[in-house]
Ligand binder design. Structure first.
Ligand code: DSN
Length: 442
């Protein structure tokens, strides 16, 4: 592979090879990441990147669209079939533009929108103060309770008080099943559109490992590169319920994507999405999706057996949130990285610290499940995580701000020289060699 790159651009070639090695030799546990299939990567690297095709199949602003139309229509049809919806737009460049298009389609500037608060696991685009969505719309955040579950009473109270035009359900760091039916009752009571953002769980929904929002929400958005196992990209779907509420909804969504927010679709990305959706139609995808959840549950249990505290004492999906003490998430993230285990620092419910120095880490099983790992490997993984936590137990996040920098200098030195972390890294590498990535692409 990469014979042209190797000759023409050694710097980029070397970096790609180094990243391939990093992914192959380590345990990738960031829950929003996965290894796309070789066929998806081939479609992404195709000549489709050469084409411009503003518009939609049969209604384009450029010539030469016969092949692009075929590809986009296949992607639309597969998405509709897999999620049981009457309309799918496969052009969003990714999840954030897809979500912004939903606002543009159903809200006027200044309208009230309700979404899960970011430190409570919600996504930036569900109205967090740092997102542009909060500049153009009056966004109000709802929260999770002390126990980590959504506070449905608060959501109903806020909905009745503020009469939102749009309510989001879906998150980026939430480990329990989403109560789509209950959220729909709240949205219906106040006449709001309910948009389900299933970016994290789309693959689980397809495989039947998580309830589908199709009967309850008006609109569904997703990325295509998480549990769905496709390229980076996004899809917006309109449900039968959505068309009943507003027969123009599909048209409004399409217009919001093009021409309001985006230009030409990324046709190579559309083709790769179609390929991923094709893979998701196979029976093996159901087995994979269910194994993702089985692995996450097994990992959660094995961690708890070793005394590790996790949010809600378990998980319903692909994700786990470890509580590691005030502001200590970054210590655990960096120490695990040194041991070949990659995850991300994350806030936990009612986090006593800040999003930059949060008190938890977020980890998930999609990537390692695609490699073929099962419950036995989850137990070993829990062992390594617990060992790393033990190694760094003496490092506390300083309450005095002036001590942050020196504490991290000391911590990084400790991590760099720690033999236990080095030993775990070599064991991780050995395990990963038994579950190779991209055997057929070399
Ligand atoms: N921030 C991404 C995630 O990792 O969940 C979603 O946008």
């Amino acid at each position: 592979m990469y014979e042209h790159l190797k000759k023409q651009d050694p710097a980029i070639y070397k970096a790609i090879l180094a990243e391939t090695k990093r992914q192959e030799e380590g345990l990738e546990l960031i829950p929003s990441e996965i290894a796309a299939s070789a066929a998806v990567i081939e479609a992404l690297g195709s000549v489709l990147t050469n084409k411009y095709s503003e518009g939609y199949p049969g209604k384009r602003y450029y010539g030469g669209q016969e092949n692009i139309d075929t590809i986009e229509e296949i992607a639309q049809e597969r998405a509709k079939k897999l999620f049981g919806v009457p309309h799918a737009n496969v052009q969003p460049y990714s999840g954030s533009p897809a979500n912004l298009a939903v606002y543009v389609a159903v809200c006027a500037p200044g309208d009230v929108v309700l979404g899960q608060n970011l430190p409570d696991g919600g996504h930036l685009t569900h109205g967090w103060k740092a997102s542009a969505t909060s500049i153009f719309y009056k966004t109000i955040g709802y929260h999770v309770k002390e126990d980590g579950y959504l506070d449905l009473e608060e959501i109903e109270r806020l909905a009745k008080k503020h009469k939102p035009k749009l309510i989001w359900v879906g998150a980026t760091a939430y480990v329990r099943e989403f109560p789509f039916e209950k959220m729909a009752k709240i949205a219906d009571k106040v006449g709001a559109y309910l948009a389900a953002d299933i970016a994290h769980i789309a693959g689980l929904v397809i495989s039947g490992a998580h309830k589908s929002p199709a009967k309850f929400a008006h609109i569904i958005t997703t990325t295509t590169h998480k549990t769905l196992r496709g390229p980076r990209g996004g899809i917006i779907m309109v449900t039968y319920k959505g068309l009943k509420k507003d027969p123009e909804l599909a048209k409004k969504i399409d217009q919001a994507i093009f021409p309001r927010l985006q230009g030409g679709p990324h046709d190579h990305q559309t083709a790769a999405i179609a390929v991923a959706l094709g893979e998701a139609m196979k029976p093996s995808f159901k087995t994979y999706g269910r194994q993702v959840v089985k692995n996450a549950k097994a990992l959660a249990k094995s961690l708890m057996v070793r005394g590790v505290k996790i949010v809600t004492d378990g998980t319903d999906n692909h994700m786990i949130l470890i509580k590691c003490g005030k502001g200590r998430g970054v210590f655990l993230q960096d120490a695990l990285d040194a041991a070949g285990i990659t995850l991300n620092k994350n806030t936990i419910p009612k986090d006593p610290s800040s999003p930059f120095y949060p008190s938890g880490v977020r980890l998930g099983t999609p990537f390692i499940t695609v490699r073929g790992m099962k419950e036995k490997e989850m137990d070993k993984l829990a062992d390594w995580i617990a060992q790393v936590m033990e190694e760094i137990k003496d490092f506390q996040f300083p309450s005095d701000k002036s001590k942050i920098k020196p504490t991290f200098i000391k911590f990084r030195k400790f991590v760099a020289g720690n033999n236990e972390l080095k030993k775990i890294k070599s064991e991780v590498k050995k395990l990963c060699a038994k579950f190779p990535l991209y055997k057929d692409m070399k």
